[in-house]
Design a protein around this ligand. Structure first.
Ligand code: FES
Ligand SMILES: [Fe+2]
Length: 425
């Protein structure tokens, strides 16, 4: 049962009340105050490269269509017929000339205009231009990542992302010598019995891997002879809160240790295709930037409320109910690299994240266990105190903690509170 009336009562500096994961009313408020009012990730432009291409997605629980119209513009349309609300697009993705509602046959073109009503004469002067598929109030992109806002945006997309977050997206995209990623290698979807916020917390949680993924790490150690120590309490890797609820696991310091850096670059340059990739990157960005991007290897970041950009993948989090969430994981390709590089990325993705992979199932099991445990309410507070005393504010305004600290989760919850308190109708 709900104990408080103000959202500030649910979030403390070092913890959150369990009902933020279990209260259906709070979930409904999140849909209204976060998903219906903030910038939300809806897909990548390369998922709909040609006119007529479309992909189904959601904003909160609202079904949408991401598509490319005949002029080549990317459109975001609500997947709800203007007649009596049936969805007009059923396929997860594909190519089409129009969207035809199968209930009574109303037809819309690729920018949402209503073009056909069967037996139209029965309507008394109905103006078809007033019955286009509805669109979000705003859409905008950064490096191909498409975001939409259902309400009037308080700030622009770029302000909402902020410099440190855009810098991490740049790291991810600059792994291509042409600066472009392609989200065109299929997707893996999973559903778990828990709150959407569990996946957001977990994506930038450097405390859990040694334990949740113990068997995977042991297997990798046996295969390679390398013991993974990046997520230890004494590791020089860090976590950073980037602003607006976004955060990342910062492995730069760890990976750029000279011996590690040289080892990685040497391994890359061992094959002709690896050498070509290295040379193309140096030509595109200069040696210093190219080597840093190659060694750091993308980023490991969440973007509030529903995007994760991690290693090779783009992950979209879709809330379904307070205790049910769908996650779509899309491995990405790099434009302008030898095929072998992209093949290697897909294999790396599969190793941890595919249905037969060794890692993602462990996380899903933990989400289910957390949601199950939340049914015990005698001591309702969850503890996010780890590293609170040693957080360090950097000159760019970001907050840094040791890699196992809960700096990212605290920042996410502070932002959640801010948005839940501000966006009251
Ligand atoms: S609900 Fe779409 S045509 Fe009737
Ligand atoms: Fe994990």
């Amino acid at each position: 049962m709900r104990q408080f009336t103000n959202y500030s009562d649910f979030v403390r500096p070092d913890g959150v009340h369990g009902s933020v994961y279990t209260d259906p009313d709070i979930f409904q408020d999140e849909l209204q105050r976060i998903y219906a009012r903030e910038w939300v990730y809806v897909g990548h432009v390369t998922e709909v490269p040609n006119p007529g291409d479309f992909k189904r997605s959601t904003i909160g629980t609202a079904p949408i269509i991401l598509c490319r119209d005949t002029n080549g513009s990317v459109q975001v349309l609500f997947n709800r017929c203007r007649h009596r609300a049936a969805t007009v697009c059923q396929e997860p993705c594909g190519n089409t000339k129009k969207f035809r509602c199968e209930y009574h046959g109303w037809t819309y073109d690729l920018d949402g205009k209503l073009t056909g009503i069967p037996f139209e004469e029965a309507y008394d002067n109905l103006d078809k231009t007033e019955f286009s598929l509805t669109k979000p109030t705003a859409i905008d992109t950064y490096r191909g990542f498409v975001f939409a806002c259902m309400g009037k945006p308080k700030i622009s997309l770029l302000e909402n992302l902020g410099g440190p977050t855009m810098e991490q997206i740049d790291y991810f995209c600059d792994l291509s010598p042409e600066g472009e990623i392609l989200v065109q290698a299929g997707t893996v979807k999973l559903v778990y019995q828990g709150s959407w916020k569990l996946q957001m917390e977990n994506s930038i949680d450097g405390y859990h891997p040694n334990f949740t993924h113990q068997s995977y790490f042991k297997t990798i150690s046996r295969m390679t002879g390398v013991k993974l120590d990046i997520f230890n309490g004494s590791s020089i890797a860090s976590v950073r809160a980037l602003g607006n609820g976004n955060a990342h696991i910062d492995t730069a310091a760890y990976n750029l240790v000279p011996q590690r850096k040289e080892g990685r670059l040497k391994a890359l340059k061992k094959t002709p295709w690896g050498k070509k990739y290295y040379d193309d990157m140096v030509e595109a960005y200069g040696k210093e930037r190219a080597e840093k991007v190659l060694v750091v290897g993308g980023t490991h970041m969440n973007v509030f409320p529903n995007l994760v950009v991690l290693g090779q993948q783009v992950r979209t989090i879709r809330p379904i109910a307070f205790n049910r969430t769908e996650v779509e994981l899309a491995p990405t390709l790099l434009k302008g690299v030898p095929d072998e590089i992209n093949t290697m990325r897909i294999r790396q993705f599969e190793q941890f994240y595919s249905p037969q992979g060794g890692g993602i199932h462990d996380d899903v099991e933990m989400f289910n266990r957390v949601q199950e445990g939340l049914a015990c309410t005698m001591e309702p507070w969850l503890l996010f105190r780890r590293g609170l005393h040693r957080e360090e504010k950097l000159s760019d305004g970001t907050l840094r903690g040791q890699v196992t600290d809960e700096t990212p989760q605290r920042a996410m919850w502070r932002h959640w509170l801010e948005v839940m308190e501000q966006n009251v109708d």
